[in-house]
Design a protein around this ligand. Structure first.
Ligand SMILES: Cc1ncc(C[n+]2csc(CCOP(=O)(O)OP(=O)(O)O)c2C)c(N)n1
Ligand SMILES: [Mg+2]
Length: 587
């Protein structure tokens, strides 16, 4: 194989190894210094290139794809602030444990800190947020270095995935010519045909990846499984808490665990345990946010043992309940990153959630008493009846989330924004047998990349894509809407427009004079022109009937529809409180 110059050799080899390692798509943003990588990606026959004009949106899009697939979608950008724009998504990926591979182009080392144009210090730009960083040497047609390059591709993919997935950063330095311009063999940038000498592996790699990597899921020794099972057997009252994670126990393992222990499963909406066929066979609870922490459960005894998966739950009442429960709490955390912000774990198990759940289920002999599970069943019934009554009386923000959970097609990918949408799904999204993959950005809980992350997830699946976003989150990532057309993704976007940050009504600052101007920040923006700008169908819906009709019509249709529903944030908040009060009274 002959190459016009050393940058072409380098970039083509890197891209070829990434594809051999399983990469199917990349997100590329335009720029000059990244030309070798961009051309190599664009010309690779087996690679889908998603071209993004905005690097911040690009990185969130790649994050969303990885959330949906579990595999990284590499990102390519030019030098300078372009690379800095990846940072918010890198932080989210680091904290929610999602693979990302950042290929930032850079100038040769002598130009760092020299005042050279579009040159910043990109060394370890993302700090400790990456699982692995490598400042790549300058391209050279030298066999050992090219083997290093091939190995680095395998290592980068391996470091981004595995038991502790996350972002990996390769800073790729190139000197001119950046284009695939032929350069004479005796030029330092030239590549003679026999550059590899006899090193066939350097020149052609292997059939498949240069290094095949395998990472075993952590299995606990039998004695540790026995420890968990004995605690379960000794308890009359226990809970399985499925927290937010893309890597919890699978539905079969969860069902086995719930059946063997008899414990109710408190399923966070982002746990992928709330929805799915198993929810019709085991006790999956989704109303806890409304009744835990209220007078209705004040006389309940504490659980004696809690088995937890995933990160800390979205629900504050549930977090407080776990914090106050004086009991044994096993947290299964395959990453070993101690994502346990309630500081209540008595036992941390660094192990594969699926295998651990199955092994514990196999070993347990004495399930919980019916007294305990009945309490949860009564509370759930009171809650869901109240939600249904409330919906019949009046349409409001929480009702939208209740309807979305109820009406989303089976299967569907549902992306919920931070702030109230995820909280309202938590409280009002009733568990159901449909295969809903629910995703959100709860690693760092930013409202900045919601649309892009959701569209990235949608690009990786044939499921209908439903996005529920607040107005500030929609505003924050309007640039992300460009991906609808450029990346060929369709979505139903439910825009809950309460003219500002409704969530701040939940805080004491609500009564301070700076509340409106500095916290709620009503903007008065009319988002309808986004319809024309991004070629999507924007419509306002005013009541429940129009919403459910428009929603049903949209999820079955091509193209993207934004269903904008306007609410008053203060009354929505009163409504949440009012319904909760009624649950307490019912109980
Ligand atoms: C990037 C970023 N900036 C600021 C915040 C703080 N914040 C959390 S929720 C919120 C308001 C969100 O408003 P909206 O999306 O309209 O949702 P609502 O509160 O109305 O449900 C803000 C500003 C954040 N989480 N992320
Ligand atoms: Mg809002």
């Amino acid at each position: 194989m002959s190459y016009p110059n050393v940058n072409t050799l380098w970039a083509e080899t890197l891209v070829e190894e990434l594809v051999a390692g399983g990469v199917e798509a990349v997100c590329v943003s335009p720029g000059s210094r990244s030309t070798p990588l961009t051309v190599a990606c664009a010309q690779h026959p087996d690679l889908r290139v998603y071209s993004h004009l905005d690097e911040r949106a690009s990185a969130f899009f790649a994050l969303g794809r990885a959330k949906r697939t579990g595999e990284p979608t590499p990102l390519v950008c030019t030098s300078g602030t372009a690379a800095a724009n990846f940072h918010p998504a890198v932080i989210e990926a680091a904290q929610s444990g999602v693979p990302l591979l950042l290929l930032t182009a850079d100038r040769p080392p002598e130009l760092t800190d020299s005042g050279a144009n579009q040159t910043i210090d990109q060394e370890k730009l993302y700090g400790d947020a990456v699982r692995w960083y490598r400042d790549m040497p300058e391209p050279e047609a030298e066999p050992r270095k090219v083997r290093m390059l091939r190995t680095t591709a395998a290592r980068a993919l391996s470091a981004a995935t595995g038991a502790d997935p996350g972002p990996v950063h390769l800073n790729c330095r190139f000197r001119k010519p950046l284009e695939p311009t032929p350069v004479a063999d005796d030029d330092p940038a030239g590549v003679p045909d026999d550059w590899a000498g006899g090193d066939r592996l350097a020149a052609a790699g292997r059939d498949g990846p240069f290094v095949r990597t395998a990472q075993g899921a952590g299995r606990l020794p039998a004695a540790d499984i026995d420890r968990v099972a004995s605690a379960v057997d000794a308890a009359d009252r226990g809970l399985v808490v499925a927290g937010p994670t893309d890597a919890g126990p699978g539905p079969d393992a969860l069902e086995a665990l719930a059946s063997a222990t008899g414990f109710p499963v408190l399923a966070d909406p982002l746990s992928n345990a709330r929805f799915g066929a198993h929810a019709e066979r085991i006790q999956v609870c989704g109303g806890y946010d409304a009744y835990l922490g209220t007078g209705a459960v004040a006389d309940w005894p504490d659980p004696e043992v809690v088995l937890r998966f995933g990160a800390s739950p979205t629900s504050k009442p549930l977090r407080q309940y776990l914090r106050d429960a004086d009991c044994r709490q096993f947290v299964v955390d395959p990453s070993g990153r101690w994502t346990e912000a309630t500081f209540t774990a008595s036992d941390l198990l660094v192990a594969d959630p699926d295998g651990t759940a199955t092994a514990v289920a196999d070993r347990v002999t004495d399930p919980a008493g019916a007294d305990w599970t009945d309490r949860f069943e009564r509370a759930e019934r009171a809650h869901w009846e109240t939600v249904a009554d409330g919906l019949a009386e009046q349409y409001w923000e929480g009702g939208v989330l209740a309807d979305v959970a109820r009406l989303a097609p089976d299967p569907a990918t549902l992306f919920v924004s931070n702030s109230m949408p995820v909280r309202d799904l938590d409280r009002f999204g009733r568990p159901r047998g449909a295969a809903l993959t629910v995703l959100g950005n709860r690693g760092a809980s930013g409202i900045d990349g919601i649309t892009s992350t959701a569209l990235g997830a949608g690009s990786a699946t044939d499921d209908p894509l439903v996005i529920v976003t607040g107005d500030l989150a929609y505003y924050h990532d309007m640039n992300g809407l460009l991906a609808l057309g450029r990346c060929d993704v369709d979505a139903t976007i439910v825009l809950v427009d309460n003219d500002g940050g409704g969530i701040f009504h939940m805080l004491p600052i609500e009564r301070h004079e700076t509340f409106e101007s500095q916290f709620k920040t009503p903007h008065g923006l009319d988002f309808e022109p986004t319809g024309e700008l991004y070629d999507l169908d924007f419509r306002r819906v005013d009541d429940r009937e129009s919403f459910t009709d428009a929603f049903a019509a949209s999820v079955g249709r091509e193209g993207t529809q934004v269903l904008s529903v306007a609410f008053d944030a203060a009354s929505s908040h009163d409504r949440r409180d009012g319904l909760q009060q009624r649950v307490v009274e019912r109980l």
